[in-house]
Design a binder for this molecule. Structure first.
Ligand code: IGP
Length: 490
């Protein structure tokens, strides 16, 4: 198995290096280094997705990626294009990395540098520091609890930070228990090389809010990064798609832009496979199902599983297709019922559209979208009481019943709300008015139901047109100078 092989090889190499340069000497070299760069600062502000860009010539899963890669020149381009940290593979046999790359890159850039290797011994931590690293990788899969703690302690004693990598709920718990501050969720299984891009969605829920979360591996496309905006990660670790890119600055700009400035689209009130197919193909980010019986859009929980199973795009996604997250919408339902339905059909988010209190929201075992309506300026204060305990707020048009009425609300108030919180804008949105809504409100996301219906039934053409319109208007926005933050940041 690959992981065993690489760890064995690492042990053999390490034994030789310890003979060539005893621990005491490498320790001394580590301590003689100037202080490491501040890694945590590189992830500020925490509500943005930052880039850890990796210098990676080859990988055991893909072979030679970039035969002519110039490590230092590449790292400089990464930095100039907006990377917050540079990751450098130092493993020589499988990744064709080298300690020399690390030291040369450290001297050429001013952002923190991560030593990417299979670290199993404190010797390697001192080595990393002696070579100039500000940060090391610790892989849970190859360390027991005691080793993990010990290596974290050595890193801390050298004022370095560790990226603690996990690939399961169990490893995530171990990382948390060991006190890991920066936790990476690797989508790639290092034993089988299998990719699971949805792992981050499940693991994110159990990671404490005060940690820095890094999404690792397999990040290529706009859709790959747009989903990261839903999982509230602080960074993405990208190697392959950067080193093979013909235009690294453009690729980095794309990644940062789509992780930080896209508008999420939720298509709500679905009940037929055909519309689910259309929504997925058009690139919807979330699919909403209404579990409020009086609504004409009501769907039985069991039925959701059936319509998803009948959707070709959902069950057999195209290569590279990112599937949307599932949202269940409830109105004044009891918490046990909601939680049971969430588990039964594997919902990712719960939207509460009634009079639920902040306390009630906390009884829900999924991230909560709380719908609120704004009538006047004072209502903004009400948002504040929900903001910190919910995942997102949804601003809907004030109506006597519970949403989905097709009327637009006060977009000026919504704009103020969007400045304070990540909001989803709802109420009367259509392909015709959505560009104006985005322009005026600048919401984190949009929620649409009646605007993509004809005679109270979902309309595939309208769904596709709506999403196309959102993506189109984003392109327009990005050309405006005030949206060009990424490139002017450094
Ligand atoms: O090249 P990718 O798919 O963008 O992945 C980068 C990085 O996540 C990957 O190189 C990596 C993640 N964890 C590791 C552990 C060891 C070696 C390499 C890795």
């Amino acid at each position: 198995m690959f992981l065993d092989r690489i760890v064995n090889q690492t042990r053999i190499d390490l034994a030789q290096r310890k003979i060539d340069l005893p621990l005491e000497q490498i320790k001394r070299q580590a301590l003689e280094q100037p202080s490491p760069r501040d890694v945590l600062e590189a992830f500020d502000p925490r509500d943005r997705v930052h880039l850890i860009a990796e210098v990676k010539r080859a990988s055991p899963s893909k072979g030679l990626l970039a035969p002519d890669l110039d490590p230092v020149a590449t790292a400089k381009i990464y930095e100039q294009s907006g990377a917050s940290v540079i990751s450098v593979l130092t493993e020589p046999h499988f990744f064709l990395g080298s300690p020399e790359y690390l030291t040369a890159i450290k001297n050429a850039v001013s952002v923190p540098v991560l030593r990417k290797d299979f670290i199993i011994d404190e010797y390697q931590v001192y080595e990393a520091r002696a070579w100039g690293a500000d940060m090391i990788l610790l892989i849970c899969a190859i360390l027991d609890d005691q080793q993990l703690r010990d290596l974290l302690n050595v890193a801390t004693s050298l004022r370095m930070r560790a990226l603690v990598e996990v690939h399961s709920q169990d490893e995530a718990q171990r990382a948390i228990a060991a006190g890991a501050v920066i936790i990476g969720v690797n989508s790639r299984n290092l034993t089988t090389f299998e990719m699971n891009p949805y792992l981050i969605r499940d693991i994110r829920r159990i990671l404490p809010e005060d940690r820095v979360i890094v999404a690792e591996s397999g990040i290529h496309s706009e859709a790959d990064v747009r989903r990261l905006a839903r999982y509230d990660v602080q960074a993405m670790l990208v190697g392959e798609s950067l080193v093979v890119s013909k235009n690294i600055p453009d690729h980095i700009q794309m990644l940062l832009r789509h992780a930080n400035h896209t508008t999420q689209v939720k298509i709500c009130g679905l009940s037929e496979p055909e519309h689910i197919d259309t929504a997925i193909e058009a690139g919807a980010d979330m699919l909403g199902f209404i579990f409020h019986k009086p609504s004409h859009r009501y769907i039985q929980p069991e039925r959701v599983l059936e319509v998803l199973a009948a959707s070709q795009s959902y069950t057999q996604p195209r290569q590279g297709q990112v599937l949307p997250d599932l949202v269940g919408v409830f109105v004044n339902e009891d918490a046990d019922t909601i939680n049971a339905i969430a588990d039964q059909i594997g919902l990712h988010y719960i939207q509460l559209h009634g009079d639920e209190t902040p306390e009630f929201c906390q009884q829900i075992n999924r991230p909560v979208i709380k719908a609120l309506s704004l009538r006047q300026l004072e209502d903004l204060e009400r948002l504040a009481s929900y903001r910190d305990i919910t995942w997102r707020l949804l601003i809907d048009t004030p109506t006597p019943d519970w949403g989905g009425t097709g009327r637009t609300g006060d977009w000026e108030l919504a704009r103020l709300a969007a400045q304070q919180s990540k909001i989803l804008l709802a109420g009367g949105l259509t392909a015709e008015n959505v560009a104006t809504a985005i322009d005026q409100v600048q919401p984190w996301g949009l929620d649409v139901s009646s605007g993509v219906e004809t005679e109270r039934r979902k309309d595939s053409q309208k769904i596709a047109a709506f999403i196309a319109q959102v993506r189109q208007s984003e392109k327009g926005q990005q050309e405006a100078p005030e949206r060009q933050e990424e490139s002017s940041l450094r």
